[in-house]
Design a protein around this ligand. Structure first.
Ligand SMILES: *Cc1c(COP(=O)(O)O)cnc(C)c1O
Length: 357
């Protein structure tokens, strides 16, 4: 039985064509700046995001860390969403390694911090306070596309108050594909999003399907500082072109196809709607959240796993579509969820009550 793995878009395997591109890549020692494939990727992603320079990174976490530490020094702070990856899911790295204080703010269901809250959180120049230096946003956030009016308003406010801006764009290609105007290319849309920010981090290892890699994009000066920080963080890599080739292949072949992942997420949403005991949130890109009634989430997850479907979550379940799932896999996932609610309602309820969910 094939496993339909909907835990994350990070689970993809490199395609045969991507593996071939990786094997064929010319390599060098990137710590000397000698790897032609790393250099090509950095030039390419810098151009695509309309920035002066870019730096290849082993992970999105390291890319955001180096970005924040390149913008902020010891005793500075960054404003960030309470549930944002750069605050909640990166081990507190900016505080641990950089003595940079996060100032987390409440977000609405679309991931937006209120502009008034951002303005109120910016500290005056006074020895009581950390120096507010940076605003961090995330797009997509939980699969939601941040719309332009919000991005413009928030980044304009930051600029007006003298803050720099950083975008955690782990899934910014999903945002670009989902929000391109009719006839506009995803790359043109990406540039419009990136133009609002001083720096952004993009992931090649999520929906784009490369095995490893992210990039930080920004000014020459910022990237120069980030390179030094990356070295301290142990992220100076040698023949990294092997990995950069996977990312270059993804930029050539896996951007427009993200629309298929979005269509599959919509198919999943439609298929799960109307099942008693489930509340399905709408999917704008490739992530579907489902609230499960009365502590039945864990039992449903177990049932799905026993039937070859993997997802994550507790009260709410999360399903993420990607390059390694097709419409038949989505239909199998839908049918399996339906079967659970048809066959095992009482059992599920009893099992769910044992947990602190
Ligand atoms: C995955 C992710 C990252 C960083 O991911 P790594 O696993 O470190 O590559 C950063 N931000 C968001 C929003 C993400 O989803």
């Amino acid at each position: 039985m094939k496993t339909v793995d909907l835990r994350s878009d990070t689970v993809t395997q490199p395609t045969q064509a991507m593996r071939a591109a990786m094997m064929a890549a010319p390599l060098g020692d990137d710590v000397f700046g000698d790897d032609p494939t790393v250099n090509a990727l950095q030039d390419r992603i810098a151009a695509l995001t309309d920035k002066e320079a870019a730096l290849f990174m082993p992970s999105g976490t390291q890319s955001n860390l180096c970005g924040i530490l390149a913008h902020c020094g010891r005793g500075d702070e960054y404003i960030v969403g309470q549930l944002a990856h750069t605050y909640r899911y990166e081990g507190g790295g900016a505080a641990v390694f950089g003595s940079v204080q996060p100032q987390p703010l409440t977000q609405d269901v679309q991931g937006r911090m209120q502009l008034a809250d951002i303005a109120a959180a910016i500290k005056p120049d006074d020895p009581h306070f950390a120096r507010t230096r940076l605003l961090c946003l995330e797009n997509t956030w939980n699969g939601h596309v941040m719309h332009d009016d919000y991005l413009r308003g928030a980044t304009a406010l930051a600029r007006e108050k003298g803050l720099n801006t950083h975008l955690d764009g782990a899934r910014v290609f999903n945002a670009a594909v989902a929000s391109a105007a009719p006839g506009q290319t995803a790359f043109a849309r990406l540039r419009e999003i990136a133009d609002q920010f001083d720096s952004l981090s993009v992931c090649f290892s999520k929906g784009l399907g490369a095995p490893v890699g992210s990039a930080l994009c920004g000014t020459q000066d910022l990237i120069q500082r980030a390179r030094r920080i990356r070295k301290m963080a142990g992220g100076g890599l040698r023949q990294a072109g092997l990995l950069a080739a996977g990312a270059l292949h993804a930029l050539d072949h896996h951007v427009d196809r993200l629309a298929e992942d979005h269509a599959n997420a919509r198919r999943l949403t439609a298929g799960l709607r109307g099942i008693d005991g489930l509340t399905v949130k709408s999917a704008e890109t490739n992530i579907v959240f489902v609230d499960v009634a009365e502590g039945r989430g864990p039992a449903l997850l177990e049932f799905l796993k026993a039937n070859g479907v993997l997802a994550t979550g507790l009260i709410g379940l999360r399903f993420v579509t990607h390059l390694d799932v097709d419409t038949a896999d989505i239909d199998h996932a839908i049918a399996t969820v339906r079967r659970y609610f048809a066959e095992a309602p009482a059992v599920g309820l009893a099992a769910g009550r044992t947990g602190p969910y």
